[in-house]
Write a protein that binds this ligand. Sequence first.
Ligand SMILES: [Zn+2]
Length: 487
Amino acid sequence: MTAAPPGAEIAEPTTVGDPTPYPTATLAPTPMPTPPPVESLPSMAFEVELFYGERWMRVHQTVDLTNHSRSVWEEVVFSVPLHYNQGAFLLDALEVTVGEDVLTELPGWENQTILRVPLPRPAQPGEPIHLDFRYRVLIPPIEKTSWPPQGTTGWTPEVIQAGEWYPSLVPYNEDEGWQTWLYHPVGDPTAYPLVNVDLTVWAEDGIVIASGGPIDGLGGYPGLGVDGGWHFRVERARGIALYASPFYEVAIDEQYHVPIYSYYFRDHPEAGQAALEIARNSIDLFERLYGPYPYTTLSVVENGFFGGMEYTELVSVTDYAYATYPGEPPSILHALTAHEVAHQWWYGAVGNHQAREPWLDETIAFYSEVLYLEEYAPEGVDWWWRVRVDQYSPEGPVNASPTDYRSSSTFIVYTYGQSARFMRGLRERIGDEDFFNFLRNYYIRYQWQMVTAEDFFSTLREHTDADYGDLVELYFQDLNIDVSSRQ
Ligand SMILES: [Zn+2]
């Protein structure tokens, strides 16, 4: 996630440097992990009737999961961030099945967004569980200037955007059980285990639906089937989203090894085409820097709020960046698109608990913006540091909690800005070769897992003899882990 800078103007290039090639350091012998088999993951299927003109959706959602833990489960726990908005999410019915036993009972809410669903009887290890939700989503109005997370689910005159609108499983581990958190509307306070998603959307004629995943384009648009329904499937997904607008057009690159779809409002064709190219360049670069693109396709979607947001195989970028696109780099469109695409590696493949340790994915995604400019528009690097970091005079720790802040905008510009300064300092201290080797190996080692600060720093420690303790001291608080470099 990120946000556009208010009033950021595009500066004349101040320096024109030769692009410095990134070191092609040899990979340390960390084997690529085998992805978790798709059939081992929970699956969620959505049938959505979208009433675009009336701005609401009727949803039938099923969830199938197996108790893969060693414990007996009495409940399954979901997070519904949208329920934080009073009246926006209305749960009409819920049926839970374990074996022959069925429970139809509406559970209560815990802290507004957590839904603890009791099972009709305890589920033993290895037992499958089936849930059947029926609910309505009343899309709230938002402003084009709304920041995440408030802006990510809502309507504007151009678009309906549905981000964190559905019951999503919370992470589970043996030590802690179901991991819940107090929803605080700052940053992107969510956490997603891997799931497979099938999404079908029915909407009025003329409404274009964008979501992630391989495409059934038989109806003339990506996702539109000959039956008139919009079909999407995403495997090993974190979050999913759908965007709907009568104004979308789509630019497609199906020749690239990752098919890319760029959805843009029809009065922004040049920026829409640019977004497609920036996304392709981003995948090219990040595959070299981090490792293989972890998913099958990518959709880049123009949104109607003030920022960008990542979902699996779909990223959205503020229409502000499209409307102000100057025709060449550097631009906010370049920065935000590169940032959101980088999240497919950091958030998607390498997951983290975004409500507890949001810096883990955001630090690398935000720093990926300047890595993009170093590669493709080095004359824009000074502009980036000024417009994306220094103009906000960021302060405070990189690893602040969203609950430390009352304002999402301050949280984002402060923690992201400080994270970029930390990454710059770290890279200068340990050198490019060790820096990029660290990122590659960190990516490979933790693909398809949820990382913690301990994982980040223990991997870093293996990649350098340099002492970076003072940088950690300067930019982090209360880590309570050993971050010293190896001796
Ligand atoms: Zn981000």
